[in-house]
Design a binder for this molecule. Structure first.
Ligand SMILES: C[S@@+](CC[C@H](N)C(=O)[O-])C[C@H]1O[C@@H](n2cnc3c(N)ncnc32)[C@H](O)[C@@H]1O
Length: 285
């Protein structure tokens, strides 16, 4: 059924049903124009906050020199209103918030302008925030980010945070998502990809997305062999017993935790369903 003009869509699934999965920018922007943003949590991801605070052993200090006298850089693709961009900057990272929707970026800039200037990073000082407009899978935004000094000269980020970005993409985009993460993540032991894994529910229970179901083994299936098409069952789910081939140029998971706390959407009857995982390049360069 076609959506009536000026009417908010009934659901995200309905809204995206008729859009080409590889060209969804205008569809996202239309939702932002309609102010239909049911994914927005209204604040930062506490699971990320706690990870950075309590597992500092996994990350180099953000104000350590990352080349040319720079702080470490971070990327939040599909940053929405930018709550997690601000959180990472409070931890001392120079952060790039990327959005395909220009309207979302306007809102993110507004939120940033009104945010209190805290420093959560135990003396690291607050990092710079840069918002750029573009498609994660394209190259233009990276040039803009480089021109703004929001990414290292090598075009790589020291930390990338994915929350409700992968689950917003059609499952057919997942091999490309993993390839792009591999490309953008700083090489060797320098880069960390952090995924706040949501939603962990079974697609057979809830049907199609977005949000598309993402139990932990789906991240392993794609990130260990970026670009590879992963088999799915009749519900579009990656079988739980699927064993991916770890590629030497893939990413490897160094930690997977059940967060102490997360957004209410990621808990069921008070029990946290989300998981948080940290990844790095497998091959040292
Ligand atoms: C489900 S929302 C999540 C927003 C944000 N991460 C949050 O937690 O509020 C997904 C966001 O990704 C953006 N997006 C979708 N496809 C994108 C792409 N290819 N490149 C950049 N942003 C994209 C959408 O505009 C939307 O704001």
């Amino acid at each position: 059924m076609a959506q009536q003009e000026n009417q908010p869509p009934r659901s995200l699934t309905e809204h995206f049903k008729h859009h080409d999965p590889a060209r969804q920018g205008s569809a996202w922007d239309a939702l932002w124009e309609d102010q239909f943003t049911p994914w927005d949590r209204g604040g930062p991801s506490w699971a990320l906050h706690d990870l950075l605070k309590e597992r500092a052993d996994l990350f180099d200090p953000p104000n350590a020199d990352s080349g040319a006298g720079r702080r470490k850089t971070a990327l939040v693709p599909g940053c929405g209103r930018g709550h997690d961009v601000l959180l990472l900057s409070e931890f001392g990272y120079d952060v790039c918030g990327l959005e395909i929707s220009p309207r979302a970026l306007e809102e993110a800039k507004q939120v940033a302008a009104e945010a209190p200037r805290d420093d959560a990073g135990a003396g690291a000082g607050r990092g710079r925030v840069t918002f750029v407009s573009g498609d994660f899978f394209a190259g233009d935004w990276l040039r803009d980010a480089q021109a703004a000094g929001a990414v290292g000269d090598d075009g790589k980020f020291d930390l990338i945070f994915d929350y409700t970005f992968l689950c917003a993409l059609h499952p057919s985009m997942r091999p490309r998502w993993a390839e792009r993460m591999r490309e953008l993540l700083a090489p060797g032991d320098r880069g960390r990809l952090v995924c706040l894994e949501f939603p962990s529910w079974d697609p057979a229970e809830t049907g199609p997305g977005p949000a598309w179901s993402l139990p932990s083994h789906v991240y392993v299936a794609h990130l260990s062999q970026p670009g590879v098409a992963v088999p799915t069952d009749e519900n579009g789910a990656v079988p739980g017993d699927y064993v991916p081939q770890q590629k030497s140029d893939g990413l490897e998971r160094i930690v997977r935790l059940k967060p102490r706390r997360t957004h209410p959407a990621g808990a069921k009857d008070g029990d946290v369903q989300d998981r948080i995982s940290v990844w790095k390049h497998r091959a040292s360069e």
